[in-house]
Write a protein that binds this ligand. Structure first.
Ligand SMILES: [Fe+2]
Length: 239
């Protein structure tokens, strides 16, 4: 499938546990292009105590990668994968959360230990502050394995992202089953690669788009892989 937009990947070199060098990042971009990806949002981790690169480090790496991306034929946007930590309360109160592609969408990552109550109240706080929270790889949180909880978060105004690898069964079986159930119930807004390298956790949206096309048809595949990501980049509301 052509024209895919990957909204979650760790290709920005030397910033987190993703691509280590510009060369590796360039190879990952080539893999993405082969998979049909034409735009992507770079989402390095923001996680206090673990990944706290400065804004200038991020921009330096981003400008370094831009020329390579132009050669490959992929348009880059900048975002963050924002881990909900002890700094969250203050940052959301100050309306100071890192967003994706200069939009109001925040790619929010939780810990697998967080309770559903905590996730729901964090979502509420982001919505109250005017953000559009996207729950990063929802299948990673055991407390979400009750379908009505995902439904409730969507009703509140949150968006759901799953990883292509989970849907394809590259992780564990429960996460594959959960992703397939969410997909069949139309509770997913985005499927992204969350790619971290060219060998391990590599770009996989080509294989995944084939799978989604076969299972759900063209209209659905375009919605979760192209249309919704496009609306995000344009900062438009996804209905
Ligand atoms: Fe990630």
């Amino acid at each position: 499938m052509q024209g895919i937009i990957d909204i979650h990947c760790h290709i920005l070199p030397g910033i987190d546990d993703g691509a280590e060098t510009v060369k590796e990042a360039q190879e990952m971009l080539k893999m993405q292009y082969k998979d049909g990806v034409r735009k992507l949002i770079l989402t390095p981790h923001y996680r206090p105590g673990m990944f706290e690169p400065s804004v200038s480090q991020i921009y330096r790496s981003y400008y370094q990668l831009q020329a390579a991306a132009e050669d490959v034929g992929i348009q880059l946007y900048l975002g963050r994968e924002y881990h909900i930590s002890s700094k969250f309360e203050e940052q959301v109160r100050l309306r100071n959360l890192p967003t994706m592609a200069d939009s109001s969408y925040v790619l929010a990552e939780f810990s697998s230990r967080h309770s559903y109550g905590f996730i729901r109240s964090s979502v509420e706080k982001m919505l109250d502050a005017g953000y559009r929270p996207v729950i990063a790889h929802i299948e990673r949180y055991p407390c979400m394995y009750e379908k009505q909880r995902a439904e409730e978060l969507c009703r509140m105004g949150a968006y759901v992202q799953i990883n292509a690898g989970s849907l394809l069964g590259e992780d564990d079986r429960p996460s594959r089953q959960y992703c397939r159930r969410l997909m069949e119930d139309d509770l997913i807004h985005f499927i992204a690669s969350d790619a971290h390298g060219r060998k391990k956790r590599k770009p996989n949206l080509g294989k995944c788009s084939e799978f989604v096309l076969k299972k759900m048809g063209k209209e659905y595949a375009r919605k979760v892989l192209c249309h919704n990501p496009f609306m995000l980049i344009k900062n438009l509301e996804i209905k």
